[in-house]
Design a protein around this ligand. Structure first.
Ligand SMILES: [Zn+2]
Length: 239
């Protein structure tokens, strides 16, 4: 180890003594080489492996609703589970390193499995501009950009836009939710290449209505194929 590295290591150790980095899931101090969450919590994440399973539960959830080529999510999203905690901290506590870290991890997994081989562009689910201003970022964009960097694929937020703010989606039936999101996404005017394969990225898929509405908008003025990836999915076998 060079003298400079030794000094920076000592500085790092000193800084982490004063400001210990904590696991965003369990709150235990992170050790060297751990990032965002500890290795124990990382191992406990309920991964879906949907990216290597064709006709998985998430893909099936869109059958008869809209045509999705493939759908995958990193982990199952359960009430009180690790993914719920992480997404909450990402969105409401502004800890964007969570989206960046898991986007990178998932991007590498997707790339290594061949899931991204055919993808031309990555498009994040848009957040209303007012919300972006208030929050300072769109969590889906943070995740999309990290996936894009892992796989060297272009990321664009010009394919679809959010028209108006929608009321909070909790405590609504699926039909009401669908009516709520149906018309809020519109296709961008500056149409890109016909026939592109778009990877639509969201933080969590709960009912699939947002993805359905985005897909309708993406296909409304151009001939494109759409696949989907999210960090969490609430749609799984026992649902
Ligand atoms: Zn932990």
């Amino acid at each position: 180890m060079s003298r400079r590295n030794r000094i920076s290591q000592v500085t790092d150790d000193f800084v982490s003594l004063l400001f210990p980095r904590l696991c965003q899931s369990c709150g235990e101090p992170l050790v060297r080489n751990e990032e965002v969450i500890c290795l124990s919590c990382l191992a406990d994440l309920p991964r879906t492996d949907y990216h290597i399973r064709r006709e998985n539960e998430l893909e099936k959830a869109f059958w008869g609703r809209c045509f999705i080529e493939r759908a995958a999510a990193y982990a199952y999203y359960r009430r009180g589970g690790i993914i719920q905690t992480l997404i909450h901290r990402l969105k409401y506590n502004g800890i964007t390193s969570i989206g960046d870290y898991f986007g990178r991890i998932y991007g590498n997994i997707l790339k290594d499995s061949g899931f991204l081989d055919d993808i031309d562009v990555i498009v994040p689910v848009p957040l209303h501009p007012v919300k972006v201003r208030k929050r300072g970022f769109n969590q889906s964009m943070v995740i999309a950009e990290a996936i894009g960097r892992s796989a060297s694929i272009e990321v664009s937020d010009h394919y679809i836009f959010r028209r108006s703010d929608s009321a909070t989606q909790t405590r609504k039936s699926r039909v009401e939710r669908w009516e709520n999101v149906e018309n809020i996404f519109v296709a961008g005017e500056d149409t890109e290449k016909e026939g592109s394969h778009i990877l639509l990225v969201d933080d969590v898929i709960t009912t699939g209505s947002t993805i359905e509405a985005c897909t309708e908008a993406l296909k409304s003025n151009r001939d494109v194929r759409v696949s989907v990836a999210a960090l969490g999915t609430a749609i799984f076998e026992s649902a």
